[in-house]
Design a protein around this ligand. Structure first.
Ligand code: GLC
Ligand code: MG
Length: 536
């Protein structure tokens, strides 16, 4: 295919570097560990997972207040993970296997230990004072406005020495950069070039939707629906009208795109939140000169009660409808900030059965699939004893440790020779055992991925939902040229039988979550069964 683009037609796998594979026994995952596991990810055969790219959560030097999302040097590697030479070897080894590498780019804030901030806070006249957002207190001494940080609490911190507040949209240890200062923009563009010259293929852009704020820093209006605050904390008590999705962000995005386009075949995917209409704005409108992909988190917000054919279809169709012409969708079921998919889908046997349907969905929809490490073996949230919790965000609301636990390689762990930084979960679902079981989730994943890799219809064909299916069934076709496939998914815990119209003539069953191979116009799906059929 002439316009083959890896980030469009490939599968992107997210690695939380602390938790994937430790190579030196310190209990913390590292880049050498990832190199040692590359064949698991893609060795060119159906024995491997067959992914096309890895996105790494931050690997930079950092005091680890927010486990790497507080960067103290954008052009280095944290010693826990290795050094620049290890990163260079990782890039080379990955590229040998056709795997691209995406780094996490954190433009909204640095660490409070970054030399830029140390200089900025040294005096009101420091040359880098304006690299961050400093403001005088209100006359009575309070913060310049009412903004609440994403983790809760005021987004402003008082600096005793220079008698001003600085803005931090996340932790106190994460001061916001001032993207209205051209020197900041130049420095951050330099970071992108630094990594692209080393062979990095793309960037996941952290907190893209907050990098530029209202120039007047006006107060956010209250958000009266209190239910959201229960779920995501205090930050939901206000409408983020002036500190999130500010229109000028799109100018900054377009400039980033121009820099990224200086190098061939590079990509960006941005973390943005809101309605589908808001999210797709970041693709840059008709000219598509913004982000290559803007994360579509609709399916990452699905849990038990929302796991219905009707809800999922609505979410897919809404995103498809919102996209500007030529823009490419994407789907995400999990990441390092949300509960594990199998857990959200009720956990246990039901969660595992639904995870199989989710895999079939993710790998047959039109759009780039993002897979969070461990999702392919159905990893669940791990119950972590209080004294081993590490995520600072837990102080303000929900901690994220349960979805960040070590990859479960074997019955004994296999992640480290030492003591893992977070406890393992129940190791009965592990890579080694699932590799040997033809009916495991991992085996289903591998079959699905390799089927997708061979199918033009699945990689870039059209998507069309099928109307008139019974309640609880979501079915859609994917077509390209002569190739026409139908996915039929039963989201209920009951068996459902229905007839397909003659216009959807079934030739054969390609694969499915269950053993069934029967293919005819009458589709009988077991509870939580999904099937991929070839039409002709
Ligand atoms: C993003 C990251 C999250 C981090 C935050 C601050 O939301 O995904 O893990 O804590 O940004 O950088
Ligand atoms: Mg290590």
């Amino acid at each position: 295919m002439a316009d083959y683009l890896w980030w469009k037609h490939g599968i992107i796998y997210q690695i939380y570097p602390r938790s994937f594979q430790d190579s030196d026994g310190d209990g913390i995952g590292d880049l050498q560990g990832v190199i040692d596991r590359l064949d698991y990810l893609n060795d060119g055969t159906g024995r491997s997972l067959g992914i096309d790219a890895i996105w790494f959560s931050p690997t930079y030097p950092s005091p680890m207040a927010d486990f790497g999302y507080d960067v103290s040097d954008y052009e280095g590697v944290h010693p826990d993970f290795g050094d620049l030479a290890t990163m260079d070897r990782l890039i080379a080894e990955a590229h040998k296997r056709g795997i691209r590498i995406i780094l996490d780019f954190v433009p909204n804030h640095t660490s409070s230990q970054h030399p830029w901030f140390l200089e900025s806070r040294s005096s009101v006249d420091a040359p880098k004072r304006d690299w961050y957002v400093w403001r005088d207190p209100k006359p009575e001494g309070s913060p310049p406005n009412n903004w609440i940080g994403a983790f809760g609490g005021p987004a402003w911190e008082w600096d005793q020495k220079t008698q001003q507040y600085y803005l931090h949209s996340f932790l106190v240890e994460q001061p916001d950069l001032n993207w209205r200062n051209p020197e900041v923009v130049r420095a951050m563009h330099g970071v992108l070039r630094f990594w692209m010259k080393r062979g990095i293929d793309g960037f996941r852009i952290d907190v893209m939707d907050r990098i530029v704020k209202d120039p007047q820093l006006r107060d956010n209006p209250p958000q009266p629906d209190r239910r959201w605050a229960e779920l995501i904390g205090q930050t939901a008590l206000q409408e983020h009208k002036y500190d999130q999705n500010w229109p000028e962000i799109l100018d900054a995005v377009r400039e980033i795109r121009t820099v990224v386009d200086e190098f061939p075949e590079r990509m960006t995917v941005g973390e943005v939140f809101g309605t589908p209409e808001n999210i797709v704005r970041y693709y840059g409108g008709a000219r598509l000169d913004g982000l290559h992909l803007a994360f579509n988190f609709a399916l990452a917000r699905v849990w038990d009660r929302r796991w219905t054919a009707e809800h999922i279809r609505r979410k897919v169709d809404e995103f498809e409808a919102a996209l500007p012409p030529g823009a490419w969708p994407n789907y995400v079921f999990g990441n390092h900030d949300v509960d594990r998919l199998a857990t959200r889908l009720a956990g246990g046997a039901i969660g595992q059965a639904r995870a199989r349907v989710a895999a079939l969905l993710l790998l047959t929809l039109r759009g780039t699939p993002f897979v969070y490490y461990g999702e392919e073996i159905g990893m669940e949230n791990v119950d972590i004893p209080e004294d081993r919790l590490r995520d600072p965000a837990r102080r303000y609301g929900r901690g994220r440790d349960p979805e960040r636990t070590p990859m479960q390689w074997t019955r004994h762990g296999g992640f480290t020779a030492g003591g893992p930084w977070l406890p393992y979960g129940d190791l009965k679902d592990n890579v080694e055992d699932q590799s040997a079981q033809p009916r495991s989730l991992l085996s289903l994943y591998r079959r699905l991925v390799w089927c997708r890799r061979r199918s033009d219809a699945l990689r870039f064909g059209d998507y069309a939902p099928v109307d008139g299916t019974p309640a609880g069934i979501y079915a859609y076709t994917r077509s390209h040229g002569d190739e026409r496939l139908l996915a039929a998914l039963n989201f209920t815990d009951d068996a459902v039988t229905f007839d397909l119209p003659a216009s959807l003539h079934v030739r054969e069953c390609v694969l499915g979550t269950h053993e069934a191979t029967f293919a005819g116009q009458t589709i009988a799906l077991a509870p939580n069964e999904g099937r991929l059929l070839r039409l002709g």
